[in-house]
Design a protein around this ligand. Structure first.
Ligand code: GSH
Length: 240
């Protein structure tokens, strides 16, 4: 049994999709980042960086329990554990690594910053332009790649690079990314979205989101972007 301690954000969802795709036995443990549960001491034991996701595998390497943070590393671990979605052929394997790391190093952080400044700092035009331009450039990189290959890393294999990148790209309509200008990206996005495991994970994400919204009712939601709270968070994060 694998526990996924998470919220249904893009980094959480990529692990959900992988768990569904591989068919391992797993369950979701809600860590509601809207009310700061990522700062609880029990979560810090699983993810020393106070973020979601984290997994706990009851049957880890060597037989004992194994705990992990970092969604990209978690996908690699699950791929190795199950023998799925990470090609055996060395060239394809490293193509997959390249595009997985491209997601972790570029798509995630840049899309995340764009979302942040668009939502939280509407008057900061410099920052919004910087990250929105970078997001457009990254969609162009994806479209170019997908014009040459059916899947992101490999021509003939759906891999953890596709699984990692899809949830981050979901807001494409709001970002003006359409079929006329990014046809290869749209073809790929629709192919990933049509997979039964991806659909199941999207349904689960909606359920978890509804459950978490209910849990927030009556509680003061914390704003993780509120810099005034930072001293308290720093103290929590370093107290164990
Ligand atoms: N590099 C990390 C990023 C994790 C991350 O930033 N998680 C976000 C949600 S997608 C989070 O926990 N945010 C809450 C916070 O920053 O307090 C990974 O890929 O696992």
């Amino acid at each position: 049994m694998i526990e996924l301690h998470s919220s249904p954000t893009p980094n959480g969802q990529k692990v959900m999709i992988m768990l569904e795709e591989t068919g391992v036995e797993w369950k979701h443990i809600d860590v509601n980042i809207r009310i700061g549960e990522q700062f609880k001491p029990e979560h810090l034991k699983l993810n020393p960086n106070n973020k979601i996701p984290a997994i706990v595998d009851a049957e880890g390497p060597g037989g004992g329990q194994y705990t992990m943070m970092e969604s990209g590393a978690i996908l690699l671990y699950l791929a190795e554990k199950t023998g799925k979605f990470l090609p055996k052929d060395m060239r394809k394997r490293y193509d997959t690594m390249q595009w997985l790391f491209f997601q972790v190093a570029h798509v995630g952080p840049m899309f995340g910053q764009a979302n942040h400044f668009n939502g939280q700092a509407k008057d900061n035009q410099y920052a919004r332009d910087r990250y929105n331009n970078e997001v457009q450039r990254l969609y162009r990189v994806l479209d170019n790649r997908l014009g040459k290959y059916q899947w992101l890393a490999c021509e003939d294999e759906y891999t953890i690079a596709d699984i990692a990148t899809y949830p981050w790209c979901k807001g494409h309509k709001d970002r003006g990314i359409d079929k006329a200008v990014f046809p290869h990206f749209i073809r790929w996005f629709e192919a990933v979205e049509a997979r039964p495991a991806v659909q199941r994970s999207n349904d689960m994400a909606a359920e978890i989101r509804a459950r978490m919204s209910k849990a927030v009712e009556g509680q003061a939601p914390i704003n993780i972007y509120d810099t005034k709270d930072n001293a308290e968070r720093l103290a929590l994060a370093t107290s164990h």
